[in-house]
Design a protein around this ligand. Structure first.
Ligand SMILES: Nc1ncnc2c1ncn2[C@@H]1O[C@H](COP(=O)(O)OP(=O)(O)OP(=O)(O)O)[C@@H](O)[C@H]1O
Ligand SMILES: [Mg+2]
Length: 152
């Protein structure tokens, strides 16, 4: 069980960690709940995770499509709940499929899903530090999700 302590990382550290996260998340089909303010680095982390999982194409916040699928040996799904106002709207995204444990799923603004988040997951919170130059990262393993790689 990891969690609680906030680790400070620069951009290169976040990217390096993200690649390792992606390898494990893809292999173990982990649901990853990302939170933190606008511009904190959620999409940056997902892009690194996709690289780690072997997907090298474009990764952007799926703000309009809401869910994207990146093909790799083990595909990664990427959702952004920024525009979700009520947890009931999750149904329209195919939330039940996303939370079924069939693939790795990275969700930005995951706090908007409230009680609808799956019990087995990684919770990752990014916050601004050093006047915006670095970030703090808090990561926790919930339920029976696998161990999370250590933050560099
Ligand atoms: N230590 C750091 N970790 C992550 N990102 C950093 C760091 N330092 C600077 N950045 C920069 O912060 C920006 C983060 O943007 P990104 O799109 O990943 O944020 P986001 O959390 O997905 O935002 P949104 O809520 O709008 O989706 C990028 O330009 C990135 O280069
Ligand atoms: Mg984003």
């Amino acid at each position: 069980m990891t969690g609680e302590t906030a680790v400070r990382v620069a951009l290169d550290g976040l990217v390096e960690w993200g690649r390792r996260l992606g390898q494990v998340a893809a292999r173990e089909r982990v649901f990853v709940a990302l939170s933190g303010p606008l511009g904190a680095g959620k999409t940056t982390l997902v892009k690194a995770a996709c690289e780690g999982a072997g997907f090298t194409g474009d990764v952007t916040s799926p703000t309009f499509t809401l869910v994207q699928r990146y093909p790799a040996e083990e595909p990664i799904y990427h959702a952004d709940l920024y525009r979700i106002d009520r947890p009931e709207e999750l149904r329209e995204l195919g939330w039940d499929d996303l939370t079924g444990g069939q693939a790795a799923v990275f969700v930005e603004w995951a706090d908007k899903a409230g009680e609808e988040l799956p019990a087995d997951r990684w919770d990752i919170r990014l916050e601004y530090a050093d006047g915006g130059e670095t970030r703090t990262v808090e990561a926790s393993v919930l339920g029976s999700a696998p161990a999370i790689p250590a933050i560099p």
